[in-house]
Ligand binder design. Structure first.
Ligand code: ADP
Ligand code: TRP
Length: 334
């Protein structure tokens, strides 16, 4: 069904994922799955490992290599098809960093200061907030605009960064003449923000409240059993709408399964421990095919390198063209 519409849609879709840790349910439902689904609807989809962005946080080379390989495996295991998409690594294309510099020369300082992610970083009182973290959205704008992207699937927390990319595109266009398309963020409805296991924040590596996708089974069970719940006693009825275990279950179970669990909550006599066990079984079942596929893929790292290399070659054709146009417009070509 989906593939029949593919050729009718000549818009370009692009997203990046930062290799800075192990993916969790929030990354999957908020960013990876929507991106993977779009590969069937769009003639041209660009997906890349944002390994220049992860330099803002990762400080160990070996760990960084593992994260980069890891995210590549994760994406392929979860269904990204390198035949249907251009799948590459940001640092393989120097055009990203070069365009980012050109953009940083026209981007108002105040625009960066208003970025939520930067304000959050300051609020967390990082020991040493870096220039790279401050100008993170400029590099992201370069990622998006280099490919004349129409649509950028991201989680809710990245929406503002895509809007900043639009602002930078408009600024460039008005300064040097029409050059860039204005991108639009695509945020999946109803799964805009997946709650974390602390029952307080959104699920995020930085809050350490995640349920991972590819961790060993015991780790996943432990993360699920650690979900914070209220103190309603086992025998009392419970409110499914205000419980993280139920919310997470509803995101991965089908309607009948979800309704069954809702009935158990409302009836009472069913404890949060029981609900967590049910969630753990569902979770492992939900990700079983991807977990098996990842084990197979990991046996041939040469294949991963080939996929990324050929993706970089395809991406280069467009990125180098856009950069050449930009250099001409700003007077860097004599
Ligand atoms: P983290 O917060 O764990 O560091 P990232 O910032 O690396 O995750 O986000 C990677 C992608 O996953 C982004 O597009 C982001 O919007 C999405 N994402 C992360 N956490 C969530 C969440 N809790 N709910 C929905 N989407 C999320
Ligand atoms: N900043 C994004 C994140 O943290 C990753 C990213 C980098 C990205 N460049 C991008 C996402 C371009 C979309 C488009 O998740």
């Amino acid at each position: 069904m989906k593939s029949s519409s593919k050729n009718q849609n000549n818009k370009r879709v692009l997203t990046g994922i930062k290799p800075s840790g192990f993916p969790h349910l929030g990354n999957y439902l908020g960013a990876m799955r929507p991106a993977i689904e779009l590969q069937d609807d769009f003639e041209e989809a660009f997906y890349f490992i944002a390994d220049l962005h992860s330099l803002t946080t990762v400080r160990n080379a070996k760990e960084h290599q593992e994260f980069i390989r890891g995210v590549t495996l994760d994406f392929l295991a979860l269904g990204l098809n390198p035949q249907k998409t251009t799948f590459f690594r940001q640092s393989d294309l120097p055009e990203h960093a070069e365009l980012a510099w050109i953009f940083s020369c026209i981007t108002p300082f105040g625009l960066m200061e208003r970025a939520h992610a930067w304000k959050d970083a300051l609020a967390k009182k990082l020991k040493e907030p870096t220039v790279g973290l401050f100008t993170y959205p400029v590099l992201m704008a370069a990622d998006i605009l280099l490919y004349q992207t129409d649509l950028v699937p991201v989680g809710k927390d990245q929406k503002q960064h895509v809007e900043i990319a639009r602002d930078i595109a408009e600024k460039f266009n008005s300064t040097f003449g029409e050059t860039f398309k204005l991108p639009t963020p695509s945020i999946p409805d109803n799964i805009a923000s997946i709650p974390g296991t602390d029952g307080e924040h959104k699920m995020s590596k930085s809050y350490k409240n995640t349920i991972e996708i590819f961790a060993p089974e015991e780790t996943i069970r432990k993360q699920i059993m650690g979900i914070k719940t209220d103190s309603t006693p086992v025998e009392s009825p419970k409110d499914p709408e205000h419980d993280t275990v139920f919310k997470l279950y509803a995101l991965i179970a089908n309607t009948t399964e979800t309704e069954n669990l809702r009935d158990k909550y409302l009836a009472g006599g069913f404890g949060y421990g029981d609900a967590k066990k049910l969630l753990a079984e569902k979770y492992l079942q939900f990700f079983a095919p991807a977990r098996e596929k990842r084990i197979e893929l990991a046996k041939d790292l040469g294949y991963l390198d080939d996929v990324l290399k050929s993706g970089a070659q395809k991406a280069k054709k467009i990125a180098s063209q856009t950069l050449a146009t930009v250099k001409e417009k700003v007077g860097l070509i004599l």
